[in-house]
Design a protein around this ligand. Structure first.
Ligand code: MG
Length: 381
């Protein structure tokens, strides 16, 4: 049976690869909803090509542009954040691929969870900000959440067919563009340096998060919520070849890993085909290209964001929500050339010092805390 897919963030790195997968398997999938934040031109081009039921442009100032371009088609056009949330619960959708960037993914994810849609989750920030709430709602509504993040997809694949509890997760990390850079040179790295990721081709925000290793900190939090593993049992390993996508250790000491060339196509496709697999147009690994696979401990003095993210998980409440909001403001300021690389961490710390965490937050508490943390972060530089 053909699965009907809604792609939230269809113009981004994950979204465009998902559309390639859907085009390669028209018997298995159809794209019924596409959404974009600002990239109206690509959204229009995609809509004319795949003929979805509806599109949403989140930036409502671009509504007329999109509507006019699709005026001769039966495609419905909506705009704005409220439309994005509403359409996440659409009746004619089987899978919501949530590939929005940052906090903007939280409310649409919650709507899709409440509607009981199968969620292919690429938006890790929804779990970073409000993992306890999202997972509680998913349990209440019996909503499957299938990870798309390559590490978490690897863990999920290792767990498929297992009944045993996880003893330990080994979360692998490439180390990012500054892994080999002496720590004293970090003060002067540029945005262009940070955007040169050695192994993965991704959007700007996640690439900067990889350069600070905040991304790996987020992934520790994401793994904690997805797999119910305590923070102390999640170990980050630097693995520069990015071939082992992550590993799971069980009580008997057996370790399972999932391997492959670094490509997001496999995890995206697996989330859509689960529990099945089908052919995938992604590069196959040639082990002769890898003389050795190496593993090292991360340097948390050089990359303090990793330890900061772990702290927020132990602290609980809205602590991680505050960190995430400040990080989004700081990363955007770094991309805009307003602050330097080391200011990203400092901005987050200053913001966390100024805002109190709420220990058992409601959804409104998360929304208010996010807004407050953004204001404080923006005033700190
Ligand atoms: Mg990842």
């Amino acid at each position: 049976m053909q699965k009907k897919i809604a792609i939230f963030g269809s113009t981004g790195s994950i979204g465009t690869q998902a559309l390639e997968i859907i085009a390669e398997h028209p018997d298995l999938f159809s794209a019924e909803i596409l959404t974009a934040n600002n990239n109206a031109d690509l959204l229009i081009e995609q809509a004319l090509r795949v003929q979805p039921d509806a599109v949403v442009i989140a930036n409502d100032s671009l509504y007329l542009k999109v509507r006019n371009a699709l005026a001769d088609s039966p495609i419905k056009v909506y705009a704005g954040a409220a439309a994005l949330e509403q359409i996440a619960a659409s009746e004619n959708i089987d899978i919501v691929l949530m590939a929005l960037v940052g906090y903007s993914g939280l409310l649409p994810t919650i709507q899709a969870v409440r509607a009981g849609k199968t969620i292919a989750l690429a938006n890790k920030e929804a779990l970073v900000v409000a993992g306890s709430l999202v997972m509680a709602l998913a349990a209440e509504h019996k909503t499957p959440i299938i990870p798309v993040d390559s590490e978490h997809s690897a863990i999920f694949q290792c767990l498929t067919g297992e009944y045993a509890a996880i003893d330990k997760i080994y979360l692998t990390a490439s180390g990012g563009p500054f892994f080999n850079l002496p720590v004293e040179q970090l003060a002067n790295v540029t945005c262009a340096d940070a955007l040169q990721h050695p192994r993965w081709n991704m959007g700007a925000k996640i690439t900067i998060d990889s350069a600070t290793m905040m991304n790996k900190g987020f992934e520790v939090i994401e793994a904690h919520w997805l797999f119910a593993v305590p923070e102390r049992n999640i170990e980050v390993l630097i693995h520069p070849q990015s071939v082992v996508h992550s590993m799971v250790q069980f009580a008997d000491g057996a370790v399972k890993a999932q391997l492959g060339e670094p490509s997001m196509k496999i995890p995206v496709q697996y989330a859509l085909t689960f529990p099945h697999r089908t052919v995938c147009n992604s590069p196959k690994i040639d082990f002769m290209n890898y003389k050795s696979l190496t593993f090292m401990q991360p340097n948390t003095k050089k990359f303090p964001c990793l330890e900061l993210a772990r702290y927020t998980l132990r602290a609980g409440g809205t602590t991680a929500c505050i960190m995430n909001a400040a990080n989004e403001i700081a990363v955007q300021a770094f991309l805009d050339g307003k602050i330097k690389y080391l200011d990203i961490y400092l901005t987050i710390c200053k913001t966390m010092d100024k805002i109190a965490s709420i220990s058992t937050p409601t959804l409104d508490d998360y929304i208010e805390t996010d807004a407050a943390a953004r204001s404080v972060a923006a005033l700190s530089f």
